[in-house]
Design a protein around this ligand. Structure first.
Ligand SMILES: [Cu+2]
Length: 223
């Protein structure tokens, strides 16, 4: 008697909940490609830019792993100007526009160099720094990685995803990082590098520091 009553009640409940469950199913489906742990991986393959100026064919990979409430950023570069610090960030747009890497055609003043400002139309603005403390969102800092004498470096940092989203939201109006709409830029040629006066930079920062030397579009990797 009791058992039958319970079964009936459960069936009625399920019938009532069915439309709700279907409605709630949509976001679940969208996240279905993530693995059981909820891990998401994004990769950007970095290709050289301005190699005529840098004298280096900078290339490498940036990898972003989202898992267990953390974001781990790993960047490995080769062929970059050695023994100097290299600014590195993801760049993007505040709206939903997807950023792409600037190409030679972005050199609108035809000085033979695609400077940071000229990357803007394709790549948007400088967003998150990959330095000692990405969450602090301090773009001008001296805590970016320094390349070894062989022109390589490796960077790895794990941050709280919640803290990163909060800082990002404060700076750009919404907390979603939207990694697959961003590009990664590596910057920097030696301070003594002669550049035309037409090469623009970020405020008072020397153009040698912000000169883009590699770029890669971040893409979601299906696992
Ligand atoms: Cu940058």
């Amino acid at each position: 008697m009791m058992r039958r009553y319970e079964r009936g009640a459960i069936a009625a409940c399920m019938a009532m909940l069915a439309p709700l469950a279907m409605g709630a199913g949509a976001p679940d489906t969208a996240g279905a490609s993530a693995s059981a742990s909820g891990e998401q991986v994004y990769v950007a393959r970095l290709m050289p830019l301005n190699s005529k100026v840098s004298g280096a064919e900078a290339s490498g990979e940036a990898r972003f792993q989202v898992a267990n409430g953390k974001l781990t950023i790993r960047i490995e570069m080769q062929g970059v100007p050695p023994d100097i610090e290299h600014w590195q960030h993801f760049h993007g747009f505040k709206n939903d526009k997807a950023a792409t890497c600037a190409t030679d055609s972005a050199d609108v003043n035809h000085d033979g160099i695609v400077d940071l400002i000229e990357t803007g139309p394709a790549s948007g603005t400088t967003m998150v720094p990959f330095n000692a403390d990405p969450v602090a969102m301090d773009i001008p800092s001296d805590t970016y990685p320094k390349a070894a004498a062989d022109g390589s470096y490796r960077y790895e940092k794990t941050v709280s995803l919640a803290a990163m989203r909060k800082a990002f939201g404060k700076a750009f109006g919404k907390p979603k990082l939207d990694l697959d709409r961003r590009v990664v830029y590596i910057h920097g040629v030696p301070s003594g590098t002669k550049l035309p006066a037409s090469v623009a930079s970020l405020g008072p920062i020397p153009a040698q520091v912000t000169l883009p030397i590699a770029c890669g579009k971040i893409e979601r990797v299906t696992r």
